[in-house]
Design a binder for this molecule. Structure first.
Ligand code: ZN
Length: 203
């Protein structure tokens, strides 16, 4: 399986990092080795002093597809989840400034938290889902999928122009504002509406 991540999909997050709003979605991949094993803590890697949390809604693909029209995209997923796109921000800035790919900053081992999934039928609309991240019990990020610049079905259309989507692939749909650094002993808990979707200890 592969993980397809979307960058800069919420206007408020683009503003906080002083990035430009892209004309098209920004896409990058994480390998399956980046998935943090269930119940494991997240160890801050030795090559970064500034690892940020980015809480994101996830979409799990259930059917193989290529060149999927947005009208039919809803047939390709049943489950919505929540995860974290951990980012070594210091390393990412260095790579960006050199014009290099940023995989080392985002695709390292453990950099993808994949929490629980919920059936999409539980929601009135996938384009109106509230989610949030708490750090040590305090809410640090919250978002709603209605604020995405590209909605889930548009993302599937766009991604599948370039990559065949396969069963089990996961899309990280981008982070809302409020990204920030983590420290050893932090506890990160993620919520969709009021339901806890993951709980991660930082070491
Ligand atoms: Zn992200």
């Amino acid at each position: 399986m592969k993980i397809i991540c979307i960058g800069r999909n919420y206007a408020a997050h683009i503003a906080e990092l002083e990035n430009e709003k892209p004309k098209d979605p920004i896409i990058f991949l994480k390998p399956d080795t980046s998935i943090l094993l269930k119940k494991n803590p997240f160890f801050i890697p030795e090559f970064s002093n500034d690892v940020h949390h980015e809480v994101e809604l996830l979409v799990k693909i259930k059917k193989i597809g290529k060149h999927i029209d947005r009208k039919f995209a809803h047939k390709y997923y049943d489950e919505i989840g929540l995860g974290i796109d951990f980012t070594a921000r210091d390393l990412q800035q260095e790579l960006k400034s050199k014009g290099h790919p940023w995989e080392k900053a985002k695709a390292f081992d453990g950099a993808a938290v994949v929490g629980a999934f919920l059936d999409k039928e539980q929601f009135d609309s996938v384009d109106d889902i509230n989610f949030s991240l708490k750090k040590n019990g305090n809410t640090v990020q919250d978002g709603n999928s209605s604020l995405m610049l590209w909605k889930i079905d548009e993302l599937i259309e766009y991604i599948s122009k370039y990559f065949t989507l396969k069963i089990g692939d996961i899309i990280f749909t981008g982070t809302p504002a409020g990204v920030g650094a983590i420290s050893p002993n932090d506890l990160l808990t993620g919520f969709i509406e009021d339901r806890e979707m993951f709980s991660i200890k930082v070491k």
